[in-house]
Design a protein around this ligand. Sequence first.
Ligand SMILES: Nc1ncnc2c1ncn2[C@@H]1O[C@H](COP(=O)(O)OP(=O)(O)OP(=O)(O)O)[C@@H](O)[C@H]1O
Ligand SMILES: CC(=O)N[C@H]1[C@@H]2OC[C@@H](O2)[C@@H](O)[C@@H]1O[C@H](C)C(=O)O
Length: 400
Amino acid sequence: MHRHIEKLHDISAKSERLIIGLMSGTSLDGLDVALCKISGDGLQSQVELLQFCTVEYDDIYRSRIRDIFSRRDVDLQQVCLLNPWIGTLHGDMVLQCLAKWHIRPEDVDLVASHGQTIFHAPRSLHGINAMPNATLQIGDGDHLAVKTGIITLSDFRQKHIAAGGEGAPLAVYGDYLIFASATQNRVMLNMGGIANFTFLPASLDAQAVFSTDVGTGNTLMDAYVQKHFAPQIYDADAAIARAGVIHPTLLSALKDHAFFAQGFPKTTGPELFNLAYLARAQQQSNTESLSHEDVMATLNRFSADMIVDALNRCAGQLGEYHLYGSGGGVHNPLLMDNIRSQLPQVQVHSTNELGINPDAKEAVLFALLANECVAGGKAQFGNAREGIPTVTMGKVSFAD
Ligand SMILES: Nc1ncnc2c1ncn2[C@@H]1O[C@H](COP(=O)(O)OP(=O)(O)OP(=O)(O)O)[C@@H](O)[C@H]1O
Ligand SMILES: CC(=O)N[C@H]1[C@@H]2OC[C@@H](O2)[C@@H](O)[C@@H]1O[C@H](C)C(=O)O
């Protein structure tokens, strides 16, 4: 047997594994690095988040990614160069965190790397019937593995597409494994650049688990702040939005898009929710001269309304539920108020109350996918029709 396969076999047989989950989301704020101790697999998985850190990206990273991010007219050489560059950089960032935590790379079993999404193109977005759903994450796993010396699993989304999904949301798998409760219907709402949620019925019935993207979380607000309030990159504590008032006509124009009429589940990205989307809505509603603060107040409400609308439209199948928030949006007090005030019947919590830092949740979920890939494979998830095929995700890269 090849020694690498032997090592993988040994990791698989361990009673607990140290797995680093990495998430670099659509906000381009930084690389989330979550060191997890995971035992068991499937619904018996137990996760302890031992350490968490967001390694902030510098302006060079941001501008290199922005040059190609969710854009159709890119320099292909730049894409080619960034693929290994990001892989190696993420590897460096992992090493940096491990040094800070006084943990040796050889003591870590696996790295689970999401990579950097540079384009997300479900068929509903690209509109070419003869072509499949597609998504592209770069930051190649081989480079991470060689840099860190740790076996790396990466590129999780392709298998999901190959099995009939849109490549997202993948959060549903880990959400089901660690947050499903026999005593409470739960909705896990993540508000990163894009907002999505997973419904976990107290029946624990995998067929009834449901997950979907709902629209913009922070991405439109972030883009607007970066354009008009640089060097700020987001509306810290909603200070800008709080200084403005919601403009109802602009709000209606923002909501007037075929994406929101589409059924669930669905996925989206900044390919749709970008400044051109806002410009169209401002033109339609004759609100181009609105103050920046009023635009921000309206965008904040837009995110909240579409989250609430999606939850309410799915409410028939949800019944009574508790909502657990995660992602950077939980730190935006106005966004949270705008959601809470429209869901008076729902108890709103943070995933902190379930033992997982809300900023770390997505990175932890990728560590769980890696755990399933190496040591699981028995859990049955929902059905492929709902975008939750039972498949093993992740590609293995050895360190040498
Ligand atoms: N104190 C704060 N006040 C307001 N907003 C905040 C605050 N802290 C974080 N955010 C928001 O959270 C965003 C980062 O969220 P997160 O890291 O969850 O996104 P992501 O993982 O990149 O996105 P996605 O999940 O869509 O891929 C920031 O860009 C900002 O908009
Ligand atoms: C293609 C892609 O990277 N999508 C992300 C993005 O960020 C949030 C939302 O859009 C979600 O669909 C997904 O990430 C999470 C981790 C997911 O797959 O569940």
